[in-house]
Ligand binder design. Structure first.
Ligand SMILES: Cc1ncc(COP(=O)(O)O)c(C=O)c1O
Length: 383
């Protein structure tokens, strides 16, 4: 079983990093649930000494996702936040980071409540406007941290422009690609130095694992991240690595269905008289639809829509039957949430207002059930 150099995307998802187990020929990578490895004699071993440092199941996942994102190597962590935290260890006291203003709340919390204490500083700007990125750059800026599309207002950042701005200043471009998935968007093709995922979402896809991964392109970054993985120890467990590996095998087909179902539900919502606005990059009236067509392949499964009032938003969330009222995203099942009172409740009201996150917004992570069932459920909830 050899992956040809010309292998296409869905083939890479299934086969990259996957060799039949040398001991038994098992086609699926086993869960190497061990803490240590027996050595042949002092100083002679099979490349594995201790499981924080090396684990074959984790290594297989890392090779798989590095190939899917088109990076040199990947390093897996215990959660998306642990992965983001590992990236920030590349910074030193006094360094400055430019961040998408509508970044995930947990990222904002890590940056503001933890890393500021260590002498790092952060500027939050609307990175959908390249001029604002330029203006926020300082001599001490070392990193540009971008999320696109943003959660939940679905603003896009032009990755090629962001990459050019970062490159011109020797600043690392980091892209949190969780919301899109590498099937929909591959930031390294546009100049990203580091791509981070919460594997909890689309990469695993089955809502049964929490994890994170960083994909890097430069040797020095790979080396540092592997060092941090071992030094700080926030590693992904063998079982979670195995679950995510199982998830990535179906990533291409799952994302095709998320894209199709997302588009169908967004179009239905846009035609509904009780919906005042739909935020979905696949709709022609999305202000960045042209950019979405350039840098995304399909528009994903995340939709945000406005139903006019807080009460109406709560009503829709409480009335759905098939969709589950829950935080998180990217699973095969459809989840609905009210960002202002759930995922973004900890974001101060003035910041929410600044990014257009109003109380009347509802967010859906569209799953891969039959799209007619999504429409039927949301129709009765809006009645
Ligand atoms: C865009 C984004 N990045 C990072 C994270 C953090 O991931 P985790 O929950 O796996 O720590 C999340 C979680 O929702 C997210 O939505």
């Amino acid at each position: 079983m050899k992956l040809p150099a010309t292998a296409r995307f869905s083939t890479i998802c299934i086969h990259a990093g996957q060799e039949p187990d040398p001991t038994t020929g098992a086609i699926i990578m086993p869960i190497y649930q061990t803490s240590t490895y027996v050595q042949d004699e002092v100083g002679r071993h099979k490349g594995y000494e201790y499981a924080r440092t090396q684990n074959p199941t984790r290594a297989a996942l890392e090779q798989n996702i590095a190939a899917i994102e088109g990076g040199k190597a990947a390093v897996a962590f215990a959660s998306g936040m642990a992965a983001i935290d590992a990236i920030t260890t590349m910074l030193k006291a006094g360094d400055h980071v430019v961040v998408t203003d509508n970044t995930y709340g947990g990222t904002f919390r890590l940056f503001e409540r933890v890393l500021r204490q260590y002498g790092l500083s952060f500027s939050y700007v609307d990175t959908s406007q390249p001029d604002l990125i330029e203006q926020a750059m300082r001599p001490e800026t070392k990193m540009l941290f971008v999320e696109t599309p943003t959660n939940p207002v679905m603003r896009l950042t032009d990755l090629a422009r962001a990459g050019a701005i970062a490159r011109a200043r020797g600043v690392r471009l980091v892209v949190d690609n969780t919301f899109a998935s590498p099937i929909v968007q591959r930031p390294i093709e546009f100049g990203a130095d580091l791509v981070v995922h919460s594997t909890t979402k689309y990469l695993n896809g089955h809502s049964d694992s929490v994890g994170g991964i960083v994909v890097a392109v430069r040797d020095e970054d790979v080396e540092w991240l592997k060092f941090i993985q071992n030094a700080a120890g926030a590693i992904l467990s063998p079982f979670d690595s195995w679950l995510v590996l199982r998830g990535t095998k179906t990533l291409a087909v799952r994302m095709a269905q998320h894209n199709a179902n997302g588009q169908a539900l967004a179009e239905y919502l846009a035609s509904h008289p009780k919906v005042t606005q739909v935020l979905y990059p696949g709709l022609p009236d999305h202000p960045q639809h042209e950019l979405a067509k350039r840098q995304m392949r399909g528009f994903g499964g995340m939709i945000t829509f406005d139903v006019g009032t807080l009460e109406a938003a709560h009503r829709v969330c409480n009335r759905v039957r098939l969709m589950a009222l829950a935080e998180s995203l990217g699973g095969v099942e459809t989840l609905i949430s009210h960002p202002a009172s759930m995922t973004h409740a900890s974001v101060p009201p003035d910041r929410r207002a600044a990014i257009g996150l109003t109380d009347s917004l509802v967010r859906i992570s569209v799953g891969i059930e039959d799209p007619a069932d999504h429409i039927e459920d949301i129709r009765q909830a809006l009645e």
